[in-house]
Design a protein around this ligand. Structure first.
Ligand code: MG
Length: 348
């Protein structure tokens, strides 16, 4: 028995019957030999951490564009918080921690520069629209690894493709057609909202956009007054409710769910879509719009020729612009559009 087989055996012995087992994966897009020591989902987790798109998350906006303070979240630290919350829930419920971790670490790989403002801009620029979860899947399936993709398992790909909620989507209770097929994928989805409603409040207060007394009393009375209190209450509620439901799906109580969704609505109005954020949105629009036009006008220097040949100019421009970090986009814009101060060749 290999070490991997021993670990697969341990999963069968120790995980709940409802957990996804590595050895029972529906497999990869291209079959490949199993690893000697790591079960399939653990291997996928490692592939995601080692990919370039994962490292770019450190320079992508969460809410605040290229924040100069050291303590603001970036898309990378958001991803780590989601992963940590998801693993806590999976561990307590005896579900597959490796699978939920892989999904959590991969869930935002397709995010554009400039956060949701960037996503909205690209959605209007790109024929056929744009959303980050489809792009996340494209990154792991096609773009990484010199266009060979990461060749992840079906369960990780399914979780990445179905994590998103948007302003009105519910973190739990979606019908089977609109939620991850594995319960571990559903954990990543609920962990995402638990992470961002709390850390975005923290960052908005840090930025001076909100102060503690602006926070909605109705929701705070239910969830708690500090981030750690709220995260603890939400996570405990998910665990207790899901156990009560016999692990059939990830659940929250009506009371905690309503308060969580209420807090999210508050954030949309007070932070994500407030006047300041909207002003930044139009700047992001200017930069991304300029880059989109320029790289399509002269694709040679910028775009992947295989993508142009196989899928057309729009697909290649989408991959390039969506993949940029905030600072890469700003630097390239400066280089292409802002004249450099003239220095005389005669040195005077
Ligand atoms: Mg997220």
């Amino acid at each position: 028995m290999t070490i991997r087989e021993q670990l697969e055996e341990r999963e069968r012995r120790t995980l709940a019957p409802q957990a996804a087992k590595s050895a029972d994966t529906k497999g990869r897009l291209r079959p490949e030999p199993e690893d000697g020591i790591r079960p399939a989902f653990q291997r996928d987790r490692d592939r995601i951490i080692h990919c370039k798109a994962f490292r770019r998350l450190k320079h992508k906006t969460q809410v605040f564009f290229a924040p100069t303070g050291d303590h603001y979240r970036t898309r990378l630290t958001h991803t780590l918080e989601v992963s940590q919350i998801a693993r806590s829930i999976a561990k307590v419920l005896q579900l597959n921690e490796d699978l939920t971790e892989a999904i959590a670490l991969g869930h935002d790989l397709g995010h554009t520069p400039f956060g949701h403002a960037g996503e909205r801009v690209l959605n209007t620029l790109i024929p056929g629209g744009f959303n980050h979860y489809e792009q996340s899947l494209r990154i792991v399936d096609v773009l990484e690894n010199e266009r060979r993709g990461l060749n992840l398992t079906w369960e990780v790909r399914d979780g990445i493709a179905r994590h998103s909620k948007g302003r009105n989507g519910m973190p739990v209770g979606a019908d089977a057609g609109h939620r991850a097929s594995t319960i571990e994928g559903q954990i990543a989805r609920v962990a995402d909202i638990i992470a961002y409603v709390n850390h975005d409040i923290d960052d908005a207060v840090r930025a001076g956009l909100l102060c503690d007394k602006d926070l909605p009393e109705e929701q705070l009375a239910v969830l708690g007054r500090s981030s750690s209190e709220r995260i603890g209450r939400m996570v405990t509620d998910v665990v207790v409710q899901t156990l009560e439901g016999g692990l059939a799906e990830i659940r929250m109580s009506d009371r905690i769910l309503a308060a969580t969704v209420g807090l999210r609505s508050f954030l949309f109005d007070a932070v994500y879509e407030n006047a300041l954020a909207t002003a930044e949105f139009s700047k992001a629009g200017g930069i991304l719009g300029g880059l989109w036009a320029k790289v399509r006008e002269s694709p040679e220097g910028f775009l992947d020729h295989r993508t142009i040949e196989e899928e057309g100019l729009d697909a290649a421009a989408r991959d390039f612009v969506a993949g940029m970090t905030d600072r890469y986009a700003v630097n390239l814009y400066e280089q292409l559009f802002i004249p450099k101060p003239w220095v005389s060749l005669r040195g005077i």
